[in-house]
Design a protein around this ligand. Structure first.
Ligand code: ADP
Ligand code: ADP
Length: 232
């Protein structure tokens, strides 16, 4: 599970200080899918970067599976990163590596046994439906296929949580639907907890249990998706 308690993040630049995230709390229980929606500049990326340890919040607590990040040592934080998979709008694949190697390389870096790496590459490529693309290069794939590779790469670490930063924003509506269906499938199959950020209501409606609306760094509204969209 992911728990944020009163998270704030200030950036100090030459022009002054901006508070990108203001006193945000949220709680994604194991196996749930929560989404944060808001316009560009609302603070969504900053918020998710506090969860994947790319940013340290200025105030507040981040907890993953009851471990509080501020109480962990550097080594413990590094170990905790293995529990967090992440997918991005721009896919972030290595262009010069094959699909299989894109999945294998991060596994090597986190110390998975070489004998297990090949098995995981095959297992997760099959789950995302790209077994036949193992030796292809990212440049030979469509956007939807690239995002499937990125999802396989994230899952291959066998994390407890998956974070998604606008993962479908660069994709056409049909491809978006197929990627969202894949996220639902892996959520059901592995019980993986998902926190996503998006500016698209369609994404929230299709897969999220709970939605947070973010504006100028703050959560201005939140509730179960079913309540927010049901007609009176
Ligand atoms: P969103 O993801 O919703 O588009 P961001 O989290 O990227 O929002 O940005 C929120 C605000 O914080 C914006 O005003 C942005 O310019 C500012 N911001 C984000 N990252 C930094 C940074 N590293 N340094 C200074 N300001 C930043
Ligand atoms: P996204 O919203 O997709 O993260 P951005 O363009 O907001 O894309 O941010 C790209 C990078 O630039 C991030 O690392 C972010 O922290 C940083 N950034 C965003 N806004 C600012 C800013 N006003 N000053 C400095 N860095 C920024």
């Amino acid at each position: 599970m992911i728990q944020l308690e009163n998270i704030s993040k200030k950036y100090t630049t030459k022009k002054g200080t901006i508070e990108a995230v203001k006193d945000v709390s949220l709680h994604v229980k194991k196996g749930e899918i929560h989404g944060v929606i808001g316009y560009s500049g609302a603070g969504k990326s900053t918020l998710i970067r506090c969860v994947n340890l790319l940013e340290a919040p200025t105030a507040g607590k981040v907890r993953l599976n009851d471990k509080e990040f501020t109480e962990l040592s550097k080594a413990q934080l590094l170990a905790e990163r293995k529990n967090i998979g992440m997918i991005f709008q721009g896919f972030n694949l290595l262009k010069t590596a094959t699909v299989g190697d894109n999945i294998a390389i991060p596994l090597k870096l986190i110390g998975v046994k070489p004998s297990d790496i090949a098995a995981r590459v095959d297992k997760y490529l099959e789950i995302v439906g790209l077994t036949d693309k193992k030796n292809a290069f990212p440049g030979q794939l469509s956007g939807g296929q690239k995002q499937r590779v990125a999802i396989a790469r994230a899952l291959a670490q066998e994390p407890d949580v998956l974070l998604s930063d606008e993962a479908t924003s660069a994709l056409d509506p049909e491809t978006t639907e197929s990627i969202l269906d894949l996220l639902l499938k892996i959520n059901a199959e592995f019980g993986i907890t998902i926190l996503l950020i998006t500016h698209e209501m369609q994404v929230i409606q299709r897969i999220c249990d709970h939605v947070y609306v973010m504006e100028a760094g703050e959560i201005v509204e939140d509730g179960p998706v079913i309540d927010l969209f049901s007609q009176p």
